[in-house]
Ligand binder design. Structure first.
Ligand code: ADP
Ligand code: MG
Length: 261
């Protein structure tokens, strides 16, 4: 079974060194993301959603964190490869977008330059090829006047447009897996809907797998094939989204569902 998965997480347990003691904040989380599938992780603030995704990406300070279990991405255990190999994985196989796109964009470089760099560095393109491909990516995420906007800086984009830029950058490496950590939470409601629609369309066009993190059950209903509910660092429920909605058993799942309008 697990062999056909893009991402296969088993018994993921992540601990942090806090005041000289190891404290686990994610415990025994296991899930799969299949080809072309969107899996949501839902849970309240502090339940361990971001730590789970950062553990998959190995983006936690090694001296202060311990990640146990296994994280198989396309057949490789990301927890046992070198940091150098992991950088290659981040540049090629898996991309991540975050809640606030400004934190991932460099304010002093144009967005065109930042996306092009992914292509020259990881895909071996010439500057000219990278420029043409970047414009295509900006068009793909429906940024109007893509050619002209190549030379604009991050602050010249609205929040929603910046998130589109981030998605374009994440797609540049043609990842097998896109991890989206609350990518719409900081946006206005109408813009949230547009970004969700965009991710859905791209997911179909590109055939990539998506791990979508949110605290919002409404968003889960919109986007996810399967859903994992996290509560206080533990996975309290997982299954097809329909089933979670109709037959979710854990009291916390029921509470989340009662908040959906
Ligand atoms: P969520 O994304 O679900 O809101 P997080 O995964 O960010 O929650 O955090 C889960 C728990 O881990 C929280 O209690 C948070 O305070 C704690 N935590 C997150 N990062 C660190 C860290 N670097 N060091 C210590 N504790 C952390
Ligand atoms: Mg979070």
């Amino acid at each position: 079974m697990a062999q056909n998965q893009i991402l296969s997480v088993r018994n993921l347990t992540t601990s942090f060194l806090v005041d000289g003691e190891w404290k686990s904040v994610v415990r025994n989380v296991s899930f799969d993301v299949g080809p072309g599938e969107t899996v949501a992780i839902v849970g309240e603030s502090g339940s361990g959603k971001s730590v789970t995704s950062l553990s998959v990406m190995r983006l936690l300070a090694p001296d202060f964190s311990r990640i146990e279990g296994s994280v198989m991405l396309a057949g490789r255990d990301l927890l046992s490869i070198s940091e150098k190999e992991m950088r290659g994985v981040r540049g090629n196989d898996v991309s991540m977008i975050f809640q606030e796109p400004m934190t991932s964009l460099n304010p002093i470089f144009t967005i065109g330059r930042q996306i092009s760099e992914v292509l020259t560095r990881h895909k071996g393109m010439s500057n000219r090829q990278a420029r043409a491909e970047t414009v295509k990516l900006l068009e793909k995420v429906r940024i109007p006047n893509a050619t002209a906007r190549f030379d604009d800086y991050p602050h010249q984009f609205s929040g929603g447009m910046r998130q589109r830029v981030m998605i374009a950058m994440a797609l540049a490496s043609k990842p097998k897996l896109l991890i989206a950590d609350e990518p719409t939470t900081a946006l206005d409601v109408t813009i949230q809907g547009q970004i969700l629609d965009l991710i859905k369309v791209l997911q179909e066009e590109e055939g990539m797998s998506v791990l979508f993190i949110t605290h919002d059950m409404g968003v889960v209903a919109e986007i996810a094939d399967r859903t994992i509910v996290m509560y206080r660092g533990e996975q309290v429920e997982s299954g097809p989204t329909e089933e979670i909605f109709h037959r979710g058993k854990h009291p916390y799942t029921r509470a989340l569902l009662s908040a959906v309008p």
